[in-house]
Write a protein that binds this ligand. Structure first.
Ligand code: 13P
Length: 300
């Protein structure tokens, strides 16, 4: 309680805004000014007036905020909070892909480093990947790094040919078809909502697939009262707060992202007190990455 009050005071003193991804711990979401999915938070980061952005998420998210708002101080409260999926692709790997498929545009998932983004033509998040692919004039598109999301998009937009990078989110990849079948048997009246970073065979069994924010909105608007959630456990906090009369169950006990869980309330406090850990990106890389991010913001 004391720490929460201190954080609120520091936010005012430093003209800081706290952004938190839906996967953050409850205690962190509670002190955030904005909570949402990657797309929503990117738009917020691009538009806020504050001098300091404390990004409670993983490194690529804070980096994206810095690229979109270069004049601001962007802080990632735990320097080790990375994204194994983002680490599965390198700028060199993208350059090799481009050499192998000359003239084919590269669409890059936001879960990627600034170095990778700088090599790519356009960005997407899980909330807008289908829309971005549909909007591109090209039939063939290279998509990196999430193979599962790429396959999901390829099914939704069958007139396009996606050349897929072989990366995956280790947390979402834990879910098996068997887990969905067991959930259906246990909660026959439940709606099953799954993130498209899961295996496409798993996603095919869902009642709805979407980003974390889209999953939350679906549950809010649905007439159903029981839901089984196939994404990281952090979304349950918002779901239970926004829909107190509905019941939510996690599809798999392993849906916990250790990187997202690194940030605690103490990390947010220390970030504001010690100005840590400041995110800086190479100016030239950031300029190129901003172009592909802006293209996403236009198309989506
Ligand atoms: P969202 O697009 O729902 O924010 O998902 C981001 C992510 O990294 C999922 O693992």
């Amino acid at each position: 309680m004391v720490l929460t009050a201190e954080i609120r005071k520091l936010k005012k003193e430093r003209n800081a805004v706290v952004l938190a991804h839906n996967y953050q711990l409850e205690e962190v979401q509670q002190v955030a000014d904005y909570v949402g999915d990657s797309f929503y938070l990117s738009k917020i980061a691009a538009g806020v007036e504050h001098e300091v952005i404390v990004f409670c998420g993983v490194r690529f998210m804070a980096e994206t905020a810095k690229i979109l708002s270069p004049q601001k101080t962007v802080l990632l409260p735990e320097s080790g909070a990375g994204c194994p999926l983002a680490d599965m692709v390198t700028a060199e790997g993208i350059r090799e892909m481009k050499a192998r498929y000359p003239g084919v545009p590269v669409l890059c998932y936001i879960n990627s480093s600034v170095e990778v983004k700088a090599e790519c033509d356009v960005c997407c998040t899980s909330a807008n990947a289908v829309k971005v692919v549909s909007s591109l004039p090209d039939r063939r598109i290279i998509f990196a790094p999430d193979e599962n999301l790429g396959q999901y998009v390829a099914q939704k937009v069958p007139d396009k040919e996606l050349i897929l990078w072989r990366g995956r989110c280790v947390t979402h990849a834990k879910v098996r078809q068997e887990d969905v079948k067991l959930a259906r048997a246990k909660y026959p009246e439940a709606k099953i909502l799954i993130h498209p970073e899961c295996d496409p065979a798993v996603v095919a069994l869902a009642d709805f697939a979407g980003s974390t924010l889209q999953i939350i909105n679906y549950a809010r608007e649905s007439d159903a009262s029981i839901f089984v959630i196939g994404t990281e456990v952090g979304v349950l906090y918002n779901l239970k707060t926004l829909c107190p009369d509905k019941q939510f169950f996690l599809l798999h006990p392993g849906l916990v992202c250790p990187n997202m869980k690194m940030i605690r309330l103490t990390s947010v406090y220390e970030a504001l007190i010690n100005n840590q850990y400041e995110i800086n990106v190479d100016e030239e890389l950031a300029r190129r990455a901003k172009q592909m991010l802006n293209k996403m913001l236009e198309l989506a």
